[in-house]
Design a protein around this ligand. Structure first.
Ligand SMILES: NC(=O)c1ccc[n+]([C@@H]2O[C@H](COP(=O)([O-])OP(=O)(O)OC[C@H]3O[C@@H](n4cnc5c(N)ncnc54)[C@H](O)[C@@H]3O)[C@@H](O)[C@H]2O)c1
Length: 347
């Protein structure tokens, strides 16, 4: 197989990003497009080489080897199960499914049917995040002391939109923070304990939290932090990754597309003025404009399907970040820290 025949399911906001990303790939041909709102499907199909267009994904089976599922969260499971049983490979938008039971049933059904299941976690495949990981793994900067990830955006939806309601499976942390919990696990390893605090002050369109703060501690002693909001009317940090290492501070600034090293701070002598010390060296710069960069994850999925490889963010690996989130949500109800032992990404 030199190309996979890919079906697109759910032609809303996110599919527009995917369509742009897939356009540049040679390993994928979009052969079918589906949305219950047929006009949306036709709109996406209009720029493609006459794919099959439908409002019922069950009729796509003969036209595809694999599907990209970009549906509201409560529909991931039923759609995934349909294509797993039909032996079609699945690239599922995050979060994999709304519950642990649904995730496990989908993962097992894919395994039984020889189907590649990958969760669309594009942040893992962003070039800047990959570079940041290379610098951390190089050993040049010592061990991770603390990793922080911030995302500040204004994502407002009307009362009827599925993202604000219970059917989404959680609030901002589950819907969006899952990307960054996955990243914290990837960089820092097995978590030991963690906490989540959420609020919907300032984001009344969210039934659950629109703003989240996560703290974690890992087996290797590293600390993790994730601060995120869908209600910020201004932003300083945008989408920013910062790692305090023993020998310097590494940063990935997503919008500027730069990996930076800050290591010029002089030792502070108690009693003397503290210097700001925020000059940095640019270690790597992205050449392309900022976008969702979904092409890298789709290319990885296609490679795994064509060459029978296990995706980096396969079903089981992506379930780990959701388990961490569910444990922290449960602990939050009781005002305690969550025990995250046994939930590491390698297990
Ligand atoms: N990776 C990212 O950065 C990112 C960003 C945004 C959204 N997402 C994910 O993408 C998915 C979709 O989010 P969105 O923002 O595009 O939502 P959306 O509401 O804009 O789009 C969903 C689309 O699915 C269609 N649909 C609903 N039921 C259907 C069915 N039974 N069959 C076919 N089509 C159906 C709707 O008509 C709509 O066009 C979610 O999983 C979300 O978390 C990911």
């Amino acid at each position: 197989m030199s190309k996979i025949r890919l079906g697109l399911i759910g032609c809303g906001g996110m599919m527009k990003n995917h369509a742009k990303g897939i356009e540049v790939l040679d390993c994928v041909e979009i052969t079918a497009v589906c949305d219950v709102d047929i006009e949306k499907a036709k709109d996406v199909a209009s720029v493609l080489k006459s794919p099959y267009v439908t409002d019922d994904y069950k009729t796509m089976v003969d036209h595809v080897d694999a599907v990209l599922v970009v549906l509201p969260h409560h529909l991931h499971f039923s759609c995934g199960m349909f294509f797993a049983r039909a032996k079609k490979h699945i690239l599922m938008e995050k979060p994999l499914c709304n519950t642990e039971e649904e995730c496990l049933r989908l993962i097992e059904t894919c395994e039984e049917n020889g189907v590649t299941l990958m969760c669309a976690y594009p942040v893992r495949y962003w070039q800047g995040v990959q570079k940041l990981k290379e610098y951390v793994d190089s050993g040049d900067y010592g061990k991770i002391m603390q990793m922080s990830i911030w995302t500040e955006q204004l994502t407002v939806v009307d009362d009827q939109h599925w993202i604000g309601t219970a059917c989404v499976g959680g609030g901002q942390l589950f819907s969006h923070g899952c990307h960054y919990i996955d990243i914290l696990l990837w960089f820092c390893g097995n978590p030991v304990t963690g906490s989540h605090l959420g609020t919907n002050v300032g984001t009344p369109w969210m039934l659950r939290e629109g703003t989240s703060v996560v703290t974690m501690k890992f087996e290797n002693g590293a600390l993790g932090y994730h601060g995120a909001t869908w209600g910020s009317r201004g932003t300083k940090l945008g989408c920013n990754f910062q790692i305090i290492m023993e020998k310097g501070l590494l940063e990935y600034e997503h919008f500027d597309g730069e990996v930076r090293l800050y290591d010029a701070l002089k030792e502070h002598v108690p009693g003397e003025a503290i210097e700001r010390g925020n000059s940095y060296k640019v270690l790597w710069k992205r050449e392309s404009e900022v976008n969702k960069e979904t092409q890298h994850e789709v290319a990885h999925f296609a490679d795994c399907v064509m060459n029978d490889k296990k995706p980096v963010t396969d079903g089981r690996s992506s379930l780990q970040s959701l388990r961490v989130i569910w444990k922290m949500y449960d602990a939050e109800k009781f005002g305690v820290m969550a025990d995250l032992r046994g939930l590491g990404i390698e297990e």
